[in-house]
Design a protein around this ligand. Structure first.
Ligand SMILES: Nc1ncnc2c1ncn2[C@@H]1O[C@H](COP(=O)(O)OP(=O)(O)OP(=O)(O)O)[C@@H](O)[C@H]1O
Ligand SMILES: [Mg+2]
Length: 790
């Protein structure tokens, strides 16, 4: 994809964006985990996170240890401090040890569940079957006298104590309504009626029974035990819960803040990068276009070049922003969410697959419909620009011919095409969101339906399911964003292609490979055409053929011919607006194609047929050639061009404003300012392409006189329609359909060139030409004879 190449110089920004996106994605995706904890721990477990209480009474700890293996007892003992004066021990172990699956948590949960069960009391018979011995049996079996005789007095005492304890236990069980409680177990254990091993075994047997009910039940019971323990210590349970919720809220708030900052920074990085890319691209494209010869401008058309420099670059900029903010974010978001989902082991992972397939289907159909239209859209924008530009440029003739309605229809046509395409794509895209929401809602229902089984089986908590829904939404969203942007990308790709096309077009006017400057002793201001011919690109025939002439400084060459005879074409070859296709143009003895372009154009003053001024002041226009033009040069040039008078009459004189294209000066004034602009830079060769056409005869004459007087160091090439403008030239070339049909001075041509004579006769009387009717007839008949001979 072309658009990716644009990021070549912005790798650092991209890396920064990736880092920021990773931070914000992680922060965003931690929120559902916390939400799940608020539900599971904060609400369902009353804010108690772990089966390992922060504070526990020594007596409770002793009770629990009855059901622990020696190893577990050691682990737990190590995790708690010695009891304070009030008999309460404080947890001193690490947070990891008390977290789920931590060693202390593992050691304590089961004993806590058993202890909780014993608080309510367990049926004596079921307890007996669990421990594998009938502790209560000892009470009824008092030692016989024979047994007594075989024992030492110590043994007898112990035996008696046991019997006493058994009786005490029996009483306790009876007092508790035939149930074994913690008190009874404690008596039995203290008296050694039940071994520690038996109790541990009983505990694990109970765990097995509960295990079939699900792991989360053990946890919940253990937590209930901790709640009870806290209550017994006189701790307010609501305080515990509030403290937990406050801590969680603070964490969530912190995460939101981090995510917010990271997202804002990502946006800033994305906009900055995209804007920089767009600016560079615009600059590069514009620079390229500035170096295009008229051939390339015509190839693309002006409107298209404008669209490429503006709208197309804008499209690319938008796509670049999207690429960083969305396209790069989507996979990171997707991957982070996926890893989190897979870490939850909810068994619902398959729903994500279903969601992704559903989203792909929706996006696939919509993309198939809109993609071709997106590609067309840019062409229509081009058309609208073209028509609009043409109409604005030609507003005068449109009004003069009363063609507003017709032009409006034409514009409407272009505009309607664009509208219809946009309507279609927008309509199609407007289906996207609701359809996506529908898919997402269905997936949510699917997850709730499948997840509720897990919750009722006790293998999943409600919060886990909620977090899973959030993650799935994030994954689906990431996928959706990716596909949506991939719909927009082709449009940017088309824009990229168009800009690149302009960038890759080489101007047909190239800087010379080995630039050459005129020799120091070469004559200045000498222009020579040697067998020059020229053909427009894409044309089949030469517009100009076999032109030869030479003019030196202080001389004037006149070029005359009917319209379309190739006069403008001929003079455009001098400043290399086009390159000759045959022969050579030499300036001061050097082929113009060997002169550096800047050097060539510095030496040539070219006044185009259509005078064109720039927005600014008279001064800024006259000093257009740059800082080399002094005030003196400007005033001198304005005087020679017969422009001083009218400039000074204007408000502000040389400081007076010129509007776009020189709209606020008359045609003749515009021509004179264009002439002054070219003269101000003191060129060696001055080319006037029909630049006197809008001048009255008097100004024309004054201007020519001034030129002859002031521009002695320059050679003048003057294209004209009027004989009077060029009749005093040192040499005149008569063009007819691109061919030189006459060359010489005015007098020579009058007597030898029928084409010239014809033009002259149409403008001046025979008397003014100084010719007699016979002479005219002789020239004309010569032409007729020649025509007949041919
Ligand atoms: N960009 C172009 N591509 C192809 N052909 C062109 C181009 N510009 C001009 N021509 C053709 O070249 C021929 C000479 O045009 P040119 O502008 O040199 O005439 P001209 O003598 O200056 O006429 P005018 O006196 O009306 O200014 C014309 O037939 C014109 O159609
Ligand atoms: Mg012309």
């Amino acid at each position: 994809m072309r658009i990716f190449k644009l990021f070549k110089n912005h790798i650092l920004a991209l890396l920064a964006a990736v880092a920021l996106i990773t931070i914000s994605c992680n922060a965003d995706l931690t929120l559902p985990t916390y939400m799940s904890e608020i539900v599971d721990v904060g609400i369902q477990q009353g804010g108690i996170e772990s089966p390992v209480p922060t504070t526990i009474r020594r007596s409770t700890l002793d009770d629990l240890e009855l059901f622990m293996s020696d190893e577990d007892t050691a682990t737990v003992e190590a995790a708690y401090s010695a009891p304070e004066a009030d008999g309460v021990c404080t947890y001193t172990g690490s947070e990891a040890d008390r977290a789920e699956d931590g060693p202390v948590s593992d050691a304590m949960s089961l004993p806590e569940t058993v202890a909780l069960a014993l608080e309510q009391g367990i049926d004596a018979s079921s307890m007996a079957s669990m421990t594998g011995s009938d502790a209560t049996a000892g009470a009824s079996a008092a030692p016989t006298p024979q047994q007594n005789a075989a024992m030492t007095p110590d043994q007898i005492a112990a035996m008696k104590a046991k019997a006493q304890a058994a009786a005490q236990m029996q009483q306790q069980i009876e007092a508790d309504g035939g149930k074994v409680t913690m008190d009874a177990v404690r008596i039995a254990a203290d008296a050694g009626l039940i071994a520690r091993d038996q109790l541990v075994q009983a505990a694990s047997q109970m765990a097995d029974q509960m295990g079939s009910m699900g792991g989360s039940i053990v946890k919940q019971r253990a937590v209930s035990f901790v709640q009870q323990e806290y209550q017994d210590q006189g701790i307010e349970l609501s305080d515990v819960q509030n403290a937990y919720l406050a801590g969680m809220s603070a964490k969530m708030f912190g995460l939101c803040a981090i995510s917010l900052v990271a997202t804002i920074l990502t946006g800033a990085v994305a906009s900055h990068t995209a804007c920089t890319i767009a600016r560079d691209l615009r600059r590069k494209t514009f620079d390229k276009v500035m170096h295009f010869s008229p051939a390339e401008v015509n190839k693309f058309s002006q409107a298209s070049l404008i669209t490429r420099c503006t709208n197309d670059v804008q499209q690319i900029q938008m796509a670049a922003t999207l690429l960083i903010r969305m396209v790069m974010m989507a996979p990171i978001m997707g991957i982070v969410a996926l890893t989190r989902v897979l870490a939850t082991h909810t068994g619902l992972e398959w729903t994500i697959g279903v969601a992704v397939i559903a989203v792909s289907a929706v996006v696939g159909v919509l993309m198939g419909l809109t993609m071709p239209k997106f590609k067309k859209m840019q062409k229509f924008v081009d058309r609208v620009n073209l028509v609009a530009r043409e109409m604005l440029d030609g507003i005068m003739p449109i009004r003069a011919f009363g063609r507003q309605e017709h032009e409006l229809d034409r514009f409407d046509g272009a505009s309607r095409d664009l509208m219809e395409t946009q309507l279609f794509t927008n309509r199609a895209m407007s289906f996207m969101m609701p359809l996506m929401m529908f898919v997402m809602n269905c997936v949510t229902v699917l997850i709730v339906w499948a997840g509720s089984h897990g919750v009722s089986d006790g293998v999943m908590q409600v919060g886990d399911m909620m977090a899973f829904i959030s993650y799935t939404m994030q994954i689906v969203m990431a996928f959706m964003i990716l596909t949506m942007v991939s719909v927009m990308l082709p449009r940017a790709e088309v824009a990229c292609e168009r800009v690149e096309e302009a960038l890759n077009t080489e101007s047909s006017i190239k800087e010379p490979a080995r630039p050459q400057l005129p020799a120091a002793d070469a004559p200045r201001g000498e222009l020579e055409f040697r067998g020059v011919s020229f053909q427009y690109p894409d044309a089949r025939e030469d517009v100009i053929g076999g032109v030869n002439f030479k003019v030196g400084a202080g001389q004037m060459l006149g070029i005359i011919g009917s319209t379309g005879s190739g006069k403008s074409t001929l003079v455009q070859l001098i400043p290399r607006l086009y390159d000759v296709t045959g022969g050579k143009v030499l300036l001061d003895g050097v082929d113009v194609r060997d002169l550096p372009l800047s050097e060539l154009r510095r030496r040539i003053g070219y006044i185009p047929q259509q005078g064109m001024l720039f927005t600014g002041t008279v001064e800024s226009n006259l000093k257009f050639a740059g800082d080399s033009v002094t005030d003196d040069d400007m005033h001198r040039a304005a005087t020679t061009a017969q422009a001083t008078d009218f400039i000074e009459e204007r408000d502000g004189g040389f400081e007076s404003e010129i509007s776009q294209g020189g709209g606020n000066v008359s045609g003749g004034q515009r021509q004179r300012l264009s002439i002054a602009r070219a003269l101000a830079k003191r060129p060696e060769v001055i080319v006037f392409d029909d630049s006197f056409s809008a001048l009255d005869y008097k100004t024309d004459a004054l201007l020519r006189e001034a030129l002859a007087r002031d521009e002695k160091d320059s050679s003048l090439v003057v294209v004209a329609q009027r004989i009077a403008t060029i009749m005093h030239a040192d040499q005149i070339i008569v063009l007819d359909e691109g061919h030189v049909v006459g060359q010489g001075t005015h007098e020579e041509l009058l007597r030898s060139c029928p084409a010239y004579l014809e033009i002259a006769q149409s403008q001046l009387s025979a008397k003014e030409l100084g010719l007699s009717q016979e002479e005219i007839d002789a020239v004309m008949s010569g032409a007729a004879q020649k025509g007949g001979a041919r």
